[in-house]
Design a protein around this ligand. Structure first.
Ligand code: PSV
Ligand code: MN
Length: 388
């Protein structure tokens, strides 16, 4: 008998995690971006690579795009290409952080013409969503200031509201806007959307189709992220996750690598709050693979999420609430830790095999020859990358 009950397996079977197109391109730090043989040269190749992750895991049926990095002549064509590879196009990410005009802000800028340009970029992203069939527009803003006194904090917040309203007004009935927060970087003194409270205040002022995106790497060290997850689910405003892990800042490392227990705690609250396999709560990765191979890096990531979800589903909820109700601190903690300490890997491998998937997707990918093939085929052209 598997330690994973039929109910748990049924929940795991429904799980889907969206992959970021940019994870397949080169990335790095401000010191160096290393090239990797076989790196995609265009959005078509990124999607082909993302499809490998899904083919080996059945966990990642959608791919998020980033505009303008993933601009193509025909999004209908890109959509068909994705479908031919067994995946679909997902969230569209806007980009107002790589244009000289945005040095002092985009949606918050003092200059109405620059705000207009940034708003128009988001409207163009919604045009892309119309063509790709994407539901979500994800907005992460690199806006803020470096020195006290540099900017009118209140004025920027008011202009942000006004700009977001104009973007929100263009959304279709089935489309949504998710507003991501991040506590610092690239600005170092203040950031216009630094925390979940600000994102919540801004999206609440827009309406039901605006929600918060929680990027796990965007909090100060020591933040209790699972508490934020609980609160946003409770408020019905958790629109999506950007999963990754971090040791120091916005490291964008493989989810579950830095702190597997934190991932477990987050997934426990997701389950507790009804956010698992809930179409209103999108699971996405937002990672960069600076020194490791990108496709297996993404395979490892979705497997980490699956593994921690399985462990979180193992928590004996009845025993936990009984212990909580009776004030039995140590039993409550033990019930929680028992699930976290359970090795679900053999059971997951067996289950994968029973579904016609490789028991060990990492090994199967390595043996598939895909990595060697792309390294040989993709010569010439310019490799895609953060900012490409
Ligand atoms: C920058 O911090 C960032 O990683 C944000 O988290 C976005 O989600 C992502 O880039 C893509 O724009
Ligand atoms: Mn993110």
């Amino acid at each position: 008998m598997s330690i994973l009950t039929l109910d748990i397996l049924a929940a795991l079977e429904k799980q889907s995690i969206e992959l970021p197109s940019w994870a397949f391109g080169n990335s790095g730090t401000r010191f160096k971006v290393f090239g990797t043989p076989g790196t995609p040269r265009d959005p078509y190749e990124k999607i082909a690579d993302a499809a490998q992750v899904h083919a080996h895991t059945a966990l990642a049926p959608t791919v998020a795009l980033h505009i303008p990095w993933d601009l193509v002549d025909s999004f209908d064509d890109l959509r068909r290409h994705a479908e031919d590879h067994g995946v679909t196009l997902g969230t569209v990410n806007s980009n107002t952080f790589q244009d000289d005009d945005y040095k002092f802000g985009a949606l918050t800028h003092e200059d109405a013409a620059i705000r207009r340009k940034a708003i128009d970029h988001h409207l163009a992203c919604i045009d892309v969503m119309d063509a790709t069939g994407s539901r979500d527009l994800k907005i992460w803003l690199a806006e803020g200031s470096n020195y006290p006194g540099q900017a009118d904090l209140r004025g920027r917040q008011d202009r942000l509201h006004d700009s977001l309203q104009q973007i929100y007004a263009r959304l279709g009935d089935d489309q949504r806007l998710v507003l991501e927060y991040k506590f610092f970087e690239p600005a170092f003194y203040h950031t216009d959307v630094p925390d979940w409270g600000t994102s919540y205040a801004q999206v609440s002022a827009l309406g039901d189709k605006a929600l918060v995106c929680l990027d796990t790497g965007h909090h100060a060290p020591g933040t209790n992220i699972e508490f934020i997850v609980m609160q946003l689910l409770r408020l019905g405003k958790l629109g999506s996750f950007d999963f990754n892990s971090r040791f120091y800042a916005d490291d964008d490392l493989i989810v579950g690598a830095a702190d597997p227990f934190q991932l477990f705690r987050i997934l426990f609250e997701v389950i507790r709050g009804g956010g698992l396999n809930n179409p209103d709560v999108a699971f996405m990765l937002d990672q960069c693979h600076n020194v490791e191979d990108k496709i297996p890096g993404q395979i490892r990531s979705v497997l980490n999420v699956q593994e921690m979800t399985a462990r979180a589903l193992l928590v004996d909820r009845e025993a936990l609430s009984a212990a909580q109700r009776s004030g039995d601190v140590l039993t409550a903690n033990a019930v929680f830790m028992d699930a976290f300490s359970t090795d679900v890997r053999p059971a997951l491998a067996e289950w994968r095999e029973s579904r016609g998937l490789p028991a060990d997707p990492m090994a199967a990918y390595a043996a598939s020859g895909y990595q060697q093939r792309i390294a040989e085929e993709r010569v010439g052209g310019v490799q895609a990358g953060w900012g490409a």
